[in-house]
Design a protein around this ligand. Sequence first.
Ligand code: HEC
Length: 100
Amino acid sequence: MRRRLAAALAASLLFAGTARAADAPPGAWSCTGCHALSSAPSVPPNPIPALTGRPAVEIAGIMREFKSRGRPATVMGRIALGFSDAEIDAIAEWLARQDH
Ligand code: HEC
């Protein structure tokens, strides 16, 4: 009985994970290669700021600044150029909902 409950819990956790992954818009996972998917401090420390849990309008606004070269960047200017405004909004929306 207890084992069945544990299996059901594990299945629902797994399902929650895949649901989140499946609803990621095109390009969103590419951000997570550099930016952590959690605002918790990482070991070793990651000097690239985490984006998760930040408001979508803030993330999208900064991306537009990178795209127009209005914000200094090493890599983000080039990365932002690869996305349309609609794609940036969808990615920002998704990132804002992640924090795990
Ligand atoms: C190759 C690694 C890399 C990838 C991939 C990457 N970033 Fe970045 N990101 C950086 C670095 C490094 C910075 C600091 C600015 C710079 O030097 O370009 C940064 C800064 C940012 C910032 C500003 C954070 C702040 O608080 O100043 C935002 C927003 C951002 N990235 C969004 C994104 C999004 C959205 C994606 C995916 C489309 C993405 N990044 C993909 C490396 C990356």
